[in-house]
Write a protein that binds this ligand. Structure first.
Ligand SMILES: [Zn+2]
Length: 252
């Protein structure tokens, strides 16, 4: 069984949905575990979160969860949603929203984020012990979004804490950042200690991925800022293959 860690409801499928489709086609079991799938835990939406919901046409939290159920179903993967709220829905210990501006989304981790990282690390260790995957894929943290960096740090810590029990760990390049931004600096830093692995995909794998990504209909316009996401993903998939074809790049 392979486990794919997703910071938000959409990241693993957008970033390595082709790899998931290929694994399932080859007879592997795959589970996508979304870390920040929780809601505000009874608090009302902070102003920035309310604006985001209005922009995406979201009436409730369940819409995004159902989109993920559909996406994972299209890939033939199982799915798990952990109850950690993403940064938009988090409050600091003084009751202030963690995120008020766009810059907050990409700020360095703060003390209260590190508390979240510790809790996520423990949850990931428990899920790995329970599911016993042969490989776990986690985000590289490209783009510097707080939740992606937190997920990356928690993943690395959980693997280190598991020691001899740890399965094979691989890091995927986060979308949309890997496809749309100049992340070469971050990528180079991150990849210094790791080896790139090119996951070659068939057209069938690719079609399967695109169908799954399309399920995140409330999110795509916002994430890709109106750009043609199919074209952007395809350009990336063609760029990372040294000799033609389609692929996703991960690091071992
Ligand atoms: Zn994300």
């Amino acid at each position: 069984m392979q486990l794919y860690l997703s910071p938000h409801l959409d990241d693993a499928v957008q970033s390595c949905g082709g790899t998931i489709a290929r694994a399932v086609r080859e007879g592997e079991q795959a589970v996508v575990l979304t870390i920040f799938a929780g809601d505000t835990h009874g608090r009302k939406l902070a102003p920035r979160a309310a604006r985001y919901h209005a922009k995406c046409g979201l009436a409730d939290f369940w819409t995004r969860r159902w989109e993920d159920v559909e996406a994972c179903g299209l890939l033939g993967a199982g799915m798990l949603h952990l109850d950690f709220p993403e940064i938009l829905y988090r409050y600091d210990p003084h009751g202030r929203p963690r995120c008020s501006t766009r810059a907050d989304l990409f700020s360095p981790l703060r003390a209260d984020d590190h508390v979240v990282v510790t809790e996520v690390t423990m949850a990931l260790e428990q899920w790995v012990r329970r599911l016993r995957p042969t490989a776990v894929y986690g985000p590289l943290g490209l783009g510097g979004h707080v939740d992606h960096v937190a997920a990356d740090v928690a993943f690395r810590r959980a693997m280190a804490n598991l020691g001899a029990e740890a399965p094979r760990a691989l890091l995927y390049e986060d979308m949309p950042y890997a496809a749309t931004e100049d992340t070469s600096g971050t990528s180079r830093n991150r990849s210094q200690a790791t080896t790139p692995v090119i996951q070659r995909l068939t057209e069938q794998d690719w079609t399967c991925k695109l169908r799954a990504v399309a399920a995140y209909r409330s999110q795509l316009a916002s994430i890709w800022q109106g750009a043609d996401w199919r074209a952007a993903l395809r350009a990336y998939a063609e760029r990372v293959t040294p000799d033609g074809g389609l692929a996703e790049r991960v690091y071992a």
